[in-house]
Write a new protein. Structure first.
Length: 316
């Protein structure tokens, strides 16, 4: 028969320091005689590890509580973001609806104004003082109405990206579209002594709405010529390559360029960043809308005073 006792506590050293110790006492009987022994064990290392484990448990509990709070805050933020995105989506739909309606509803008043200006021209006697006085004003009115007509044409192009049926996709050869655009901007190239350099990798094609491909390239190239630098002739370079199965087209110019602040506003509807009379603030918005709706993208890199590079990615 035996008995054992355990006791843990701090033990004092001769130098005044303390450490954790465990005292074990065992009492037993042997051949009718009561015997016993006592051991002293240094358990400081184990106590240190136990304290570390306990601290880690407390830290983990605190971390889990903080993580739960963070997750709750993140859930609230996600709900707010979802609500914001829903509101923005609604605003975009309303804006699209407005543009769609405006491109049609404003056409009739524009035609009436153009007809009235023509009628006024006919009412003025030839070689009269009235005609000489009125001619500059009427010409400015005609130019303004023509620019308004161009803006409505752009809006009409945009409306095809808004309507559910859109435009049918077809096989489009990029070089053919660029040749059409070259002919359209030919007078502007000649007037500005500009260059349009096309460097295509092979003769790339894509499945896309042909009218939309034309709109994207025409807007980018014509803008490069419109917003040319006054100190040099415009040079526009169009290059293409395949990347991850997608057709990438870059349109680079040596024009006015854009500041970082301007680049952030570039694709907004009716946003004009330069005081050029030719601009309507619709073209680049149309470019982005076409590509976004089709799953593509457009990005710009620009240096103020040096020029801009637009990178267009057409989806597969």
């Amino acid at each position: 028969m035996s008995k054992m006792g355990l006791l843990s506590g701090r033990c004092a050293e001769s130098d005044g320091t303390t450490r954790w110790c465990r005292v074990t006492s065992v009492l037993f009987w042997y051949e009718g005689e009561e015997l016993g022994y006592t051991t002293l064990e240094d358990i400081s290392a184990r106590k240190y590890l136990e304290a570390r484990v306990q601290q880690h448990r407390q830290d983990l509990q605190t971390f889990n509580e903080e993580l739960q709070v963070t997750n709750e805050e993140l859930q609230v933020a996600n709900e707010e973001l979802l609500n914001t995105n829903t509101a923005l989506g609604k605003l975009n739909m309303e804006l699209d609806s407005f543009v769609y309606a405006a491109s049609h509803d404003l056409r009739s008043p524009l035609s009436n104004l153009q007809g009235l200006v023509q009628a006024l021209w006919r009412q003025l006697p030839p070689d009269s003082a009235q005609r000489r006085f009125s001619q500059p004003i009427l010409e400015m009115m005609q130019d303004s109405l023509a620019r308004l007509g161009q803006a409505l044409d752009r809006l009409a192009d945009f409306s095809t990206t808004y309507t559910p049926q859109g435009l049918a996709r077809e096989r489009v050869v990029l070089s053919n579209v660029l040749e059409e655009v070259r002919q359209e901007v030919g007078p502007l190239l000649a007037a500005t002594q500009g260059q349009l350099v096309v460097d295509l990798a092979g003769n790339p094609g894509l499945w896309f709405a042909a009218k939309h491909v034309h709109s994207v390239l025409f807007n980018l190239i014509s803008n490069a010529l419109k917003y040319r630098h006054p100190d040099r002739s415009p040079r526009v370079q169009v290059r293409s390559h395949r990347e991850a199965g997608r057709l990438v087209v870059r349109v680079q110019d040596n024009g006015l360029g854009l500041s970082m602040a301007q680049q952030g506003q570039l694709f907004h509807l009716f946003k004009r960043l330069h005081n050029h009379p030719e601009g309507t603030g619709v073209g680049l918005y149309l470019v982005k809308k076409i590509l976004d709706n089709a799953g593509g993208s457009v990005q710009v890199e620009s240096v103020l005073g040096q020029g801009s590079t637009f990178t267009v990615v057409f989806p597969t």
